[in-house]
Structure formats: structure tokens, C-alpha cells
Design a protein around this ligand. Structure first.
Ligand SMILES: Nc1ncnc2c1ncn2[C@@H]1O[C@H](COP(=O)(O)OP(=O)(O)O)[C@@H](O)[C@H]1O
Ligand SMILES: [Mg+2]
Length: 511
């Protein structure tokens, strides 16, 4: 294929030669006719230049509208559950339509103008031909010009004017391409804040991974005024199980995000086997981790592909998948599916229950033979029945990898916390207590002891207690405080009064 640059140069050259030779021949045959025709050609060039400048501005605006519409569509679709649960369908559709209508209006305008400017140019050009014939005839009658030359002059002149127009296009095209390309290159040149593919790898046969947080301070970029971690010191001993507990919102999940290096601390260091996490090859390090969190996302792929998501095909066998699924108490229900391990997941696939998703997620964590296992409230979003099933799978998994794998577990179940080698209690981003279950229980009026006492007393688990507190707070301040959408789920919405639902809708509209 010929490169676009070469095409442009060649046509430019051809047009240029056409222009120069054509112009000198015309001048030579009659300078008066040439000047006349030239004075008419200039407006044509001017019109088309003005129009194309205007049109490219229109186009740019139109693209931003289309991009906005697409952004709205993507957002609406990725949050489809929230959109449906909160009755936001019409809002989302309207948002999309509004942007698309704007784009459509602009496109129509441009099309009309394009037709109009084309018409104008043709009129002026026809006018030029007419003037040439008229004035040329006049000259021929006066014997200062041959009749035959009028025909060849007109022909030549038409070629000449199209050469002029092509030439302006020739010059504009690369300019337009360059300005469009500039944005593309800008995007290509963007570097993520956290480089994922440079740095040293831990040896692939590293047996155990120990983690240490040293004076880690952290705030989320979006809310720089709220300190999440305030100089946290935390040790996750290699090969041991460390439990992290504390009120909801105290920063437990943030610890796991920092450990996966989704973010960097503002100050302080995260050490992995004594080396700064910042110096490690992030992707390699993450490949050594298994993660089970509260909300598992399944992709539009088969169950097997979801379990091995992100792994290279050469690194596992079908038997590995089955073994991981068995350990996760998932093998049985997967085999009972219409297409077994080849059943499709995701939005358009099989409808898995929350408990089934969590068990697939546990299999996903296990199949990569993790050296470090992060379990972040894996059962907190489940109903009692599913919770029992997943808890059983978790216990089985933890017993299986115990000693061979470092575990950081964030749990709201006393049974899970109790058996940990070490328990760390967080409060407002700081470590307030640390020790074994028995040691912590001995602290008089300690946070852990209070929490456990409350749990045993009420027969509820820690998190449920906290949740209870949370909603109470929420309802007393239901006046102006903005709702935290991430904290609400569908059942909350179902149980809302009409008033609350209206408020929710309004907030949603303001997003
Ligand atoms: N992406 C984010 N942007 C801004 N604030 C966040 C983000 N994620 C969590 N937070 C806030 O950080 C605090 C700690 O959150 P998190 O670590 O998830 O708590 P926990 O897991 O202990 O419940 C909360 O106040 C939460 O609202
Ligand atoms: Mg959390």
C-alpha cells in the first residue's frame, strides 16, 4: 500500500504543476480573460476555505457530544444493577438521548451548510464559465482572440480552478490530520501513575511472603481532605494468618488496595519480604496473590475462563481448575450447570447466586497457587444460607493453605477472626490493638473485647452490629447529608419510604 503521506505529496505535486503550466498557458493566450476568471475564482476559494474551517469546528463539537453520549451509555450499562434498582432507567436513557440529539442537530446543520456552500461555489463557477464565454466572444468578435481558443481556454480554466481547490485541500488535510493525531499521541503518551511492568520480580519460587506497613499515610485523590490511614504500622507475618478488624469505613479494604498497589501511600512504605513494594514488578507481584473480596465480578466468559482469568494458558491444566473448584465447594454446582465448566457467566450468561459467585471467586484465588491470600469480607454480602456455604469453603481453603501461604483476612465472623495467628484492630486508620484472640480479650474495655462481647451477647456478628449503628446514624441525619450510594444495596431501596426514594432519585439525577 502507498503511504498516505506519499499520496498527499504526489497529488500536491501534480496539482502544483497543473496550476503553474495552466496559468502560464492561460496568461499567454489572453491575460485579460485570465485576470477576469481569476477575480471570480478567488471568492470560490474563499467560500470553501471558510466553510471547511467552520465545518471542522462543527465536527469537533459533534464528536464531543457523541463521546458524552457514549460515556453516559457505558456508565449506565456498567452500573446497570444500580440503575435498575434505583429506578434510574429513564434518567440514563434521557442523558444519552440529550447528547445524541445535540450531535444530530449539529450534523444536520453541517449538512445543510455543506449543500449551501456547494451550491454557491457551483453558481460562482458557472458564472465564471459564462463570463469567459461572454467576454471571450466579445474579444473574438473584435478579432483580438480566436474563436477556437475560447473553448480551449474554458477547458483549461476549469482544470485550473479544480487544481486550486485540490491544492487548498491538500494543504488542509495534513493539517487537520496532524491536529487530530496530536490528541491520539497525547493519549498514547499518557503514563499511568503506577508503572506496572517495571521493577524487580520476587523469585518465582519464593516460598512465603511477608508484608510490612511502616508509617503509611494515605488519602484518596478524590477526597484529599479525609485522611484514611494515619501512619499505619502493620506486620503480616509470612506463612501466618493475620486478621484485620474494625468498624466499617476504618480503612481495612484500603489496606488491601495499597497492598495490591492500586494506589501508593502519601508517605511511609509498604515492604514485601523486606523490599519496598514500589521497587517491585507490580504485575508479577499481583500474580502471586489470590484475592476474594465482597463483590466478585464475573466476565462474559466460561466458568473455567473466569476461574483462570488473567493467567497464561501454559500455567494451568483443566485438573488444576477442577481441584481449585473442589476446594472452593464449587465443583459440584458447576458440574450441575447445563454446560458444566463451559457455561457462560456475566451479564448475558447464567444467573449465579451471590454464594456461587463467591465460590467461583475462591476457586479463582486458589488456582493461581497464591503465596499471599487476601480475603476481604468475602461473605458479608450474602444471606445466611449462602453465607454458611461460602464460609465452609473459606474455612476449607484456609485450612488447606495454612502454613504454606500468608493470609490477610478481613472478616466479620468471629469464627474466622478467632483462629487467626494475629489479630489487628484498626480504628480511624490507626492500629489500636494487636495480639491473639486470647490476649485481646484480656484488655479491659478494649475495642476487640467490647466487640466480641457485643457479638456474643446479641448473637450477631461484628459487622451486622456495625451496620445497625450505621443505619441509625443515617436516619437521624436524613435531612441534608448526601447519600452514600456505595453503602446502599437493593434491599435498602426496597424498604425505603416514598419520601426517601424521591430524595434518592433527585440525588441520582444530580450525579
Ligand atoms: N475510591 C475511594 N475514593 C474515596 N474514598 C474512598 C474510596 N474508597 C474508600 N473510600 C473511603 O475510605 C474510607 C475507608 O474505606 P475502606 O478501606 O473501604 O473501609 P473498610 O474496608 O474498613 O470498611 C471510607 O470512609 C470510604 O468511604
Ligand atoms: Mg471493606
Amino acid at each position: 500500500a502507498i503511504s498516505p503521506l506519499r499520496t498527499i505529496t504526489l497529488t500536491f505535486f501534480a496539482n502544483f504543476v497543473m496550476l503553474v503550466t495552466g496559468f502560464s498557458i492561460c496568461m499567454n493566450s489572453s491575460w485579460r480573460l485570465t485576470l477576469l476568471a481569476l477575480s471570480i475564482l478567488m471568492p470560490v476559494v474563499h467560500i470553501s476555505k471558510t466553510f471547511s474551517a467552520w465545518a471542522s469546528r462543527q465536527n469537533a463539537t459533534q464528536y464531543t457530544y457523541v463521546a458524552d453520549a457514549q460515556g453516559a451509555a457505558v456508565q449506565g450499562l456498567t452500573n446497570i444493577r444500580t440503575v435498575r434498582a434505583f429506578g434510574g432507567r429513564d434518567i440514563e436513557v434521557e442523558r444519552y438521548e440529550r447528547q445524541m440529539t445535540k450531535a444530530q442537530r449539529l450534523r444536520l446543520q453541517t449538512a445543510w451548510m455543506q449543500g449551501f456552500s456547494g451550491l454557491l461555489s457551483s453558481l460562482v463557477e458557472f458564472g465564471a464559465s459564462f463570463m469567459i464565454l461572454y467576454y471571450g466572444g466579445h474579444l473574438a468578435l473584435g478579432h483580438s482572440f480566436e474563436v477556437g481558443s475560447i473553448i480551449s481556454f474554458t477547458y483549461l480554466w476549469n482544470r485550473l480552478s479544480s487544481a486550486v481547490r485540490n491544492l487548498t485541500d491538500n494543504i488542509n488535510q495534513p493539517i487537520r490530520a496532524a491536529s487530530a493525531g496530536q490528541r491520539v499521541f497525547e493519549i498514547l503518551d499518557l503514563q499511568p501513575d503506577i508503572p506496572e511492568e517495571i521493577g524487580d520480580s520476587l523469585p518465582s519460587d519464593v516460598a512465603e511472603i511477608g508484608v510490612e506497613f511502616q508509617g503509611v499515610r494515605f488519602t484518596y485523590q478524590r477526597r484529599p481532605d479525609i485522611r484514611i490511614l494515619q501512619g499505619l504500622d502493620l506486620t503480616v507475618a509470612p506463612g501466618k494468618t493475620t486478621a484485620l478488624c474494625g468498624k466499617s469505613g476504618c480503612g481495612k479494604s484500603t489496606v488491601t488496595k495499597l497492598l495490591m498497589r492500586f494506589y501508593d501511600p502519601i508517605s511511609g512504605t509498604v515492604l514485601v519480604n523486606g523490599r519496598a513494594l514500589k521497587d517491585l514488578h507490580v504485575l508479577n507481584f499481583r500474580a502471586m496473590m489470590g484475592i476474594v473480596s465482597q463483590d466478585t465480578q464475573l466476565f462474559n466468559a466460561t466458568v473455567a475462563d473466569n476461574i483462570t482469568y488473567g493467567m497464561r494458558e501454559s500455567t494451568y491444566t483443566m485438573e488444576d481448575i477442577h481441584r481449585a473448584a473442589r476446594s472452593a465447594n464449587a465443583d459440584e454446582f458447576i458440574r450441575a450447570l447445563p454446560e458444566g465448566y463451559r457455561t457462560m457467566c456475566g451479564e448475558s450468561g447464567h444467573d449465579f447466586s451471590g454464594g456461587q459467585k463467591q465460590r467461583i471467586s475462591i476457586a479463582r484465588a486458589l488456582v493461581r497457587r497464591p503465596r499471599l491470600l487476601l480475603l476481604d469480607e468475602a461473605t458479608s454480602a450474602l444471606d445466611a444460607e449462602n453465607e454458611a456455604l461460602v464460609q465452609e469453603a473459606l474455612d476449607k481453603m484456609m485450612a488447606e493453605v495454612r502454613g504454606a501461604c500468608t493470609i490477610l483476612v478481613i472478616a466479620h465472623r468471629l469464627s474466622t477472626i478467632k483462629t487467626a495467628d494475629r489479630i489487628v484492630v484498626l480504628h480511624e486508620g490507626e492500629k489500636v490493638e494487636e495480639g491473639t484472640h486470647d490476649e485481646l480479650l484480656k484488655i479491659k474495655d478494649g475495642r476487640y473485647a467490647t466487640m466480641i462481647a457485643r457479638q456474643l451477647h446479641g448473637g450477631k456478628d461484628v459487622e451486622a452490629e456495625e451496620k445497625q449503628g450505621g443505619t441509625d446514624e443515617g436516619s437521624t441525619s436524613s435531612g441534608a447529608a448526601p447519600l452514600d450510594f456505595s453503602k446502599l444495596d437493593a434491599s435498602d431501596v426496597m424498604n425505603m419510604t416514598k419520601d426517601q426514594r424521591q430524595r434518592l432519585k433527585e440525588e441520582f439525577r444530580n450525579l
